[in-house]
Structure formats: structure tokens, C-alpha cells
Write a protein that binds this ligand. Structure first.
Ligand code: AMP
Length: 431
């Protein structure tokens, strides 16, 4: 099937061809004709499936079909809500890319950027607003924005918006929109909370499911490295250095952990940047840009900061820390193996985190393959084998500090991992 067969106009077909897309992805094949037909949609599609184009292309076409070029200033006819600043900017870029041959104007509305500039841009008028809920509400309160002409509403990554506590904001925004409108809801996972939101928002929606729920992309090779917590950083540096990986997204649990790992990897000679919510928008953009253009090889990120990042052909994802929420495993893995390319997703799991791995595998309903020889002393990842951290030993009464052992950091330069291997082997031999 071609994009033309989906009913898209020449202006959009040209923009799509310029991106080098030849065949619509499954979610695009299913949703584009339905959206062009004016239907409400509840789509279960994760990042990496081509979901952004699946709503952006028909949305642009519908707006262009009913455009009044004499209307000044332009009225907002489409509102796209996303959970994070990064995702908003990416969707905004997609709107501009696909809409480059159409006389439509879009604005991005995100926190962390100058509200004055956004206010001026909004007051000049635009057809499409891509926004995070919080900053949009700020503009509503300041009467900078009028949402009473919105014909099409999109909620992108609705599950994450709910996780991030945006439900009250979404409700407030809904109250400002016309009842008569087309609404599209996209979500990686369609759990009960998303269904409940859909019931409030959508009018007789058509349900579209592309990825099997709880499934990860087929072209991603997943591996678990069972390893003592104190060796994780060393192993990570070794893997990056010895394989000469050029683009690795590394997930950590906390902002502080992201900063610490960034410093440690830099001290190991690996070009690294960190991305998390404590950084200013400018610093986040800079980190992302350096990662995209190859200035840094590693981006260490927390889940929220990394959510929705669209980095083409990202080959390696590493879970330095496992996610607390099993669904996030699926989101993280979605960073790699996008739109047909293959990817590798590694998780470094220490015995203390075995219970999280068990939760993830329960959620996935499958086991993730273990690496048999990690180069380190084998550890057990069976949940019942794990001693309670620091719990007194029943017979001796002494506390168990087995998992809090620290090692001296070692220097390793990117590309020099092979030289280190004998050292690792030696150390293993000593044990
Ligand atoms: P998304 O799921 O929207 O985050 O898109 C994932 C990636 O797939 C993005 O980098 C898009 O540029 C790319 N993409 C979207 N549609 C297609 C297509 N039909 N063919 C090839 N790549 C695509």
C-alpha cells in the first residue's frame, strides 16, 4: 500500500516523499483513512510505530481542506497535547515538516521557554497548537489563547499524561473546547485509566491497535546482564568502549543518578551528556542536540526526560537502572528498533533489583534472555534467593552488607575496551 492510496493530497505526498518514506507503517495504514473520514480514534500505538505521522498527516489535510485564508488572525483549529516538552517539540517539528507545502501555521507551547515570546506568537494567530497541558493552562489564564474554534483534538501518549498527573489539566482544557469536534487519542498502553479517559473524550471511537499490548518491537534484541551493582558502571563503560558504540541512550532512575553517571562516564573517557527534569530547557535542548549530531556518544536520561524522544535509528538502549513501572520498560525499549531498523536493548540488573525484573517479565508475559557470561562473577536474579538488604542474619545477628561493597573507579577510554579485557579476565580468575 502507498501513501497515495490512503487518500492524501499532493502537498502531503511530496512532504512525505522528501522524508524518504515509501510505505505507510501499519498504524498509518489503519488510522489515516479513518481520520480523513472524520472518525474519533482510540489508538494503541507505541513510539516508533510512525504514530506521529499517522495523526499529523490527516489532521493537516483536514485543516487545509477547510481553510479560510481571509480569516485574520487565524483561529486555532487543531490542538495537540503531549506529556513532555521534548515530545511537544518533536510533534511540532513533524507538523512543520509534513505541512511545509500547506498554508497552515503552527505554534509550540511548552514550559521552560519564554512565555512572552509564546504570547506574541499566539496573539498573531495560528491554525495548530502543540502544547504541554501546564503551559497551555497558563496561557488560558492569561487570556492569550482561545480554544473555542478547535475542530480537532489530539492527545498523544495519553497513558503517560495520566501517569504524570495531568488529568485535572486535561479536564480543564476539555471544558474550553467545542463539544462538536474530532478527537484522537494515542496511547502506548491502553489500560483502564486510558479507557475511562477515552470514554469521556471520544465520540463513538474506532479502536485501532497496532502493537500487541505489552509487546515490544520485534526487531529489538533484548538482553539481561545479571551483575553486582558496584560493577554496573564499569561494565557499561566496557561495553560502550569495546564495541565502539556511537549512540547509546542510558536510562537511570533519578536525576541525581543521571548527573553522577554522566560524570563517571566522562571520567572514563566517554563523551556523555545527561538529560533530566532539573535541567533548564536550554540545557536539555543542548544535550539532545549534541546526542543527535554525534558530539556525545551517550545520553543518560530519566524516564520522564526521555519520554517520546524521537531519535532516528537509535541502535542501543541500556537500562542502567530498571524502571519502577513495568510499562516503562516497553516505552524505553521503544527508543530502538524504530520503523524497521534493528536495535539492541540491554538491562544491567543487580540482585537487589531482581524483583523489578520479575514484575517486568510478568507484565510482558515472557522471559527476557540472560547473558550467560557477563565477564563478572555470576549473580542470582531469582527473587526468592535475595537476602534482605542490610537485614540481620538470623543465626549470627550481624547485618548483611554484601550489596553495599564499593570498588575503586577505573579509567577506560572509548575504543580501548579490548585492552581492558585481560584485566577483567584476570580479576575474574582471582575470585
Ligand atoms: P513515531 O512513532 O511517530 O515516533 O515515529 C518513529 C520514526 O519513524 C520517526 O523517526 C519517523 O520519522 C519514522 N517514520 C514515520 N513514518 C514512517 C514511514 N512510513 N516510513 C519510514 N519511517 C517512518
Amino acid at each position: 500500500m502507498s501513501f497515495k492510496q490512503l487518500g492524501l493530497t499532493e502537498a502531503l505526498l511530496n512532504a512525505v516523499a522528501e522524508q524518504g518514506y515509501t510505505t505507510p507503517t501499519p498504524v498509518q495504514q489503519k488510522t489515516i483513512p479513518l481520520i480523513l473520514d472524520g472518525k474519533d480514534i482510540l489508538a494503541g500505538a507505541q513510539t516508533g510505530t510512525g504514530k506521529t505521522a499517522s495523526f499529523t498527516l490527516p489532521l493537516l489535510q483536514r485543516l487545509a481542506e477547510n481553510i479560510d485564508l481571509h480569516q485574520k488572525p487565524r483561529r486555532i483549529r487543531a490542538l495537540i497535547l503531549t506529556p513532555t516538552r521534548e515530545l511537544t517539540m518533536q510533534v511540532y517539528e513533524s507538523v512543520k515538516t509534513y505541512g511545509k507545502y500547506l498554508p497552515l501555521h503552527a505554534e509550540a507551547v511548552v514550559g521552560g521557554a519564554s512565555i512572552g515570546m509564546q504570547t506574541r506568537n499566539l496573539r498573531r494567530g495560528c491554525d495548530i497548537v502543540v502544547a504541554t497541558p501546564g503551559r497551555l493552562i497558563d496561557h488560558v489564564q492569561q487570556r492569550n489563547i482561545n480554544l473555542s474554534s478547535v475542530d480537532i483534538l489530539v492527545l498523544d501518549e495519553a497513558d503517560r499524561m495520566l501517569d504524570m498527573g495531568f488529568l485535572p489539566d486535561i479536564r480543564r482544557i476539555m471544558a474550553l473546547l467545542p463539544k462538536q469536534r474530532q478527537s484522537l487519542l494515542f496511547s502506548a498502553t491502553v489500560a483502564d485509566a486510558v479507557k475511562a479517559l477515552a470514554a469521556q473524550l471520544l465520540n463513538q471511537p474506532v479502536e485501532v491497535n497496532v502493537a500487541k499490548q505489552n509487546a515490544t518491537a520485534d526487531n529489538v534484541t533484548e538482553q539481561i546482564y545479571g551483575i553486582g551493582r558496584e560493577y554496573k558502571r564499569e561494565l557499561l563503560s566496557y561495553l560502550i568502549g569495546s564495541n565502539n558504540w556511537k549512540q547509546v541512550l542510558v536510562f537511570v532512575r533519578t536525576r541525581h543518578g543521571a548527573d553522577r553517571l554522566e560524570k563517571q562516564l566522562i571520567s572514563d573517557g566517554i563523551r556523555t551528556a545527561a538529560l533530566h527534569g532539573d535541567k533548564t530547557q536550554g540545557a536539555r535542548n543542548k544535550a539532545l542536540e549534541s546526542f543527535k549530531n554525534g558530539k556525545v556518544a551517550v545520553l543518560v536520561a530519566t524516564d520522564i526526560a526521555a519520554r517520546g524522544l524521537d531519535i532516528d535509528d537509535l541502535p542501543h538502549v541500556v537500562n542502567f537502572d530498571l524502571p519502577q513501572v513495568p510499562e516503562d520498560y516497553v516505552h524505553r525499549i521503544g527508543r530502538t528498533g524504530r520503523a524497521g531498523s534493528s536495535g539492541i536493548a540491554l538491562s544491567l540488573v543487580s540482585p537487589e533489583d531482581a524483583y523489578m525484573l520479575a514484575d517486568i517479565e510478568k507484565f510482558l508475559k515472557r522471559q527476557i534472555p540472560r547473558v550467560a557470561d557477563t565477564g563478572y562473577e555470576p549473580v542470582s536474579l531469582k527473587v526468592m534467593d535475595q537476602p534482605k538488604k542490610h537485614a540481620p542474619n538470623k543465626t549470627t545477628g550481624k547485618k548483611d552488607f554484601r550489596h553495599s561493597k564499593k570498588t575503586e573507579p577505573r579509567k577506560v577510554k572509548a575504543g580501548q575496551g579490548e585492552q581492558r579485557k585481560p584485566q577483567r579476565e584476570q580479576r575474574r580468575g582471582k575470585r
